[in-house]
Design a protein around this ligand. Structure first.
Ligand SMILES: C[S@@+](CC[C@H](N)C(=O)[O-])C[C@H]1O[C@@H](n2cnc3c(N)ncnc32)[C@H](O)[C@@H]1O
Length: 749
């Protein structure tokens, strides 16, 4: 039968979150979840003690629970977390479905501040149980606006262990689709407040070699706008040096990083619980083939790190060839690095130490019995020549000295998660144990291996540039422009992004935004850029911090394939006919600009005004409460910022100051946030969704529905649309969704 059996006493499995296996109707037949090669290979590796084998497999055959994280950089995370804990969890604590009690969400015990949650409810129940359906909507909307991040539990680990601070220069080498990037950005923005975004002195470079996937990163960043963020589209194994000064040829003027995340491409067998197709195709060569690229990416990162910096290497594979073997080979070629002991970090996380021995094989035909590499070669010498095993695939002779056990392995049965691997490396020039100076060469690989393996260590890329650690002044060696990335899409093709042009602080469009919002002289107006060669404000203006500006000015953006930089703050309001100020502040730009806004320019509202703005489309000024009408009448046409202080009214509750951009046109005002953000806000504050607009109704109705007569809001909307104030349409365009991104978002929960 296609249901999970009860799993009593599974080693630590299901900790904290009871499993309603009865509801696992979405389980595919467990009998289909097998692969003799997988079994034979991992048994031969002694990856877990024999007595845990069945629990390990059973967990791999069970769907993953849903996990999510409340976005942590903003104080809003704490407030939202309280809402989940005090409002949603109690409502979900006594829910039954078809006579079965459903377990409410629980906090992941190891995640700091209880900001990560897990629940285990089948999709069918999520759709049908009114209580869970409501919770699901809440999660979807909060995900849309970036307050919640749906993320696999184990995937939350690498950014936590990277320990990013706002002044750090941070590189995410293989970043897309960007769940870890978002976590890193949050850490960079740890000083943000409830209403305003800080401008960190550090930066985050999110890189991915897949151009399309870099757009997922840009989408992520719109949820957590940052002037300290940039996206590049390069092969990480071959990442060029980023200059910090255009004029100087000084070797010290290169950007090095305090923190680097190498979440490398991998075979992904730790994700078997959600990618069940892997059962069918898994074979040892999946990992063997990736080892070289993984090593080159890590080695490149090692050359880009400052002394005392930290690298986190991670994969969602449990294969030692993709994990400890890569770490060992990288440590041997970079003896100034060591593995950090993180066994006391996140004490509630169940984990296993890194492996110090393993047995690679290239035999893609193994059946129920593991066959050694030697036996495989003897049986099929021809096949052996086409395999790419190097000495680096094997365990090093000095595994103990390298302290490989300091790596962290997570198995699915330990706490009902995916399988995962993490290693934390630091570069300390003082710590260079003698033992590691003895490089593992082909001579000290066992003879039997020598006879059968290709006698080649992964080659270092050719030197074409020099990089010097600005802290130590030590030459940290080579940067190459040569290929070798293995199937990346960034290496060759032309780069068709628009250039980045900084505006003069006296640019009329910029000055009009500054004067309209009465921005103080502290506003970094020399850090505002546009995306076209002429430097015309055709549409949007972006704000960067000083470091990103320096990088843009010092580098040819096509060489570093810069896909995005900074955060969008102002945009042209097309159709604002007759309105003097043609630009408006964007919802995502508001928190960045707020610290520079003269508080007297902010309009104060109250809960009933907020409700009217949220529930209506383009409400007429005359439709607001009488005492507020003179305030509205006195406002100039164009963009404004409204503030709503904390308030409780008729069961609705606003827990903290809310600031929103508003556009005033002839006779009405409108809330300039996109539909999804509006809905999230409405659900959070008023507990209800926003009624559909006339356009939604038209779109939903066959043949187009006409607005009901006398419906003030819809008639008003119609009027505004006819008058050309595009409001919503403009904003939706600003979201720059593409179908892939929308798919990701929609599938998120
Ligand atoms: C494991 S995924 C990264 C997941 C991501 N860190 C996250 O948390 O959302 C690996 C990524 O590496 C990218 N990739 C593959 N080869 C690469 C290379 N040579 N350089 C940079 N990125 C690469 C893939 O496009 C993919 O997006």
């Amino acid at each position: 039968m296609g249901r999970g059996r009860k799993r009593g006493g599974r080693g630590g499995g299901g900790r904290g979150n009871p499993k309603p296996d009865e509801y696992r109707t979405d389980l595919i037949e467990k009998s289909d979840m097998k692969n003799e090669r997988f079994f034979a290979y991992y048994k031969a590796q002694k990856i877990i003690p024999d007595e845990e084998w069945e629990d390990f497999l059973d967990a791999f055959r069970t769907p993953l629970p849903t996990t999510f994280r409340v976005a942590g950089s903003r104080q809003i995370a704490k407030s939202l977390n309280e809402t989940i804990k005090n409002v949603h969890v109690p409502l979900l604590s006594n829910v039954t479905f078809e006579d079965q009690k459903l377990p409410p969400p629980v906090q992941l015990p190891w995640y700091p501040d209880g900001l990560a949650w897990q629940f285990n409810i089948p999709k069918k129940v999520l759709r049908k149980s009114p209580e869970f359906k409501k919770f699901h909507s809440f999660l979807v909307f909060e995900t849309e606006v970036g307050n919640i991040s749906r993320q696999e539990a184990v995937s939350m680990l690498p950014p936590l262990l990277l320990e990013v601070e706002p002044h750090h220069t941070v590189m995410d080498m293989c970043a897309a689709p960007g769940s870890k990037t978002a976590q890193l950005l949050e850490a960079l923005h740890a000083q943000d407040t409830l209403t305003s975004t800080s401008i960190p002195s550090g930066l985050l470079v999110a890189n991915d070699s897949d151009y399309k996937r870099t757009h997922l990163l840009i989408h992520q960043s719109a949820r957590l706008p940052s002037p300290a963020f940039m996206v590049t589209n390069l092969d990480a194994s071959n990442y060029p040096s980023i200059k910090l000064s255009a004029s100087s040829t000084s070797r010290k003027e290169q950007l090095l990083f305090d923190r680097i995340l190498c979440d490398v491409p991998c075979s992904g067998d730790g994700t078997l619980r959600k990618n069940i197709g892997i059962w069918k195709h898994w074979q040892p060569n999946d990992g063997n083939g990736l080892h070289g690229l993984q090593l080159r990416i890590l080695q490149r990162a090692m050359k880009m790190l400052k002394s005392n910096g930290r690298i986190v290497y991670s994969t969602c594979s449990i294969n030692p060839v993709e994990n400890e073997a890569v770490i060992a080979a990288a440590l041997e070629s970079n003896p100034e690095y060591h593995l950090v002991d993180v066994s006391s970090n996140l004490p509630e996380l169940n984990r296993r130490p890194g492996m110090i021995s393993w047995r690679p094989t290239a035999d893609k035909f193994i059946s129920s019995t593991y066959q050694t590499y030697e036996a495989f070669v003897a049986a099929d010498p021809q096949a052996a020549t086409s395999t790419k095993l190097t000495p680096g695939h094997w365990p090093p002779p000095n595994a103990h000295e390298l302290k490989l056990e300091r790596c962290m392995r997570i198995y699915p049965h330990l706490q009902d998660s995916g399988g995962f691997f993490v290693a934390v490396l630091e570069r300390k020039l003082t710590e260079v144990p003698q033992i590691r100076e003895k490089k593992r060469t082909i001579e000290n690989v066992e003879t039997s291996e020598l006879e059968t393996k290709k006698p080649r260590l992964e080659s270092e890329p050719e030197t074409s540039d020099t990089l010097v650690d600005p802290v130590s002044g030590v030459d940290v060696k080579s940067v190459t422009q040569e290929g070798g990335g293995g199937g990346t899409s960034s290496g060759n093709g032309s780069f068709k992004e628009m250039p980045y042009t900084f505006l003069s602080p006296r640019d009329p469009a910029l000055l009009s935004c500054i004067s309209r919002l009465r921005l103080t002289s502290e506003f970094p107006s020399s850090n505002v850029l546009v995306r076209n060669p002429e430097g015309d404000v055709v549409r949007s203006m972006y704000l960067t911090n000083d470091l990103i500006k320096q990088i843009i000015l010092a580098n040819d953006f096509t060489k570093i394939r810069l896909t995005a930089a900074g955060t969008k703050v102002f945009t042209k309001q097309e159709g604002g006919k007759g309105v003097e100020a043609q630009y408006r502040i964007l919802g995502e730009g508001l928190p960045v600009v707020l610290p520079y806004t003269d508080s007297t320019s902010i309009v104060n509202g109250n809960m009933s005004i907020l409700k009217h703005l949220v529930m209506s489309y383009y409400p007429l000024c005359t439709s607001f409460e009488e005492s507020f009408r003179p305030v509205l009448n006195n406002l100039d046409l164009g963009c404004h910022i409204f503030r709503f202080p904390p308030e409780e009214l008729d069961g609705a509750s606003l827990a903290h100051d809310l600031l929103v951009p508003i556009w005033k046109s002839g006779v009405s005002i409108s809330l300039m946030v996109d539909k999804k953000a509006k809905n999230a806000l409405s659900l959070r504050v008023f507990g209800i969704e926003v009624p559909p607009s006339i356009r939604d109704k038209k779109a939903n109705a066959d043949g187009g529905e006409v607005a009901p007569a006398g419906d003030l809001v819809d008639l008003n909307e119609k009027k505004e649309l006819e008058a050309g104030a595009e409001g919503e349409a403009v904003i939706l365009e600003d979201m720059e969704f593409n179908s892939e991104i929308e798919q990701v978002v929609v599938q998120a929960l």
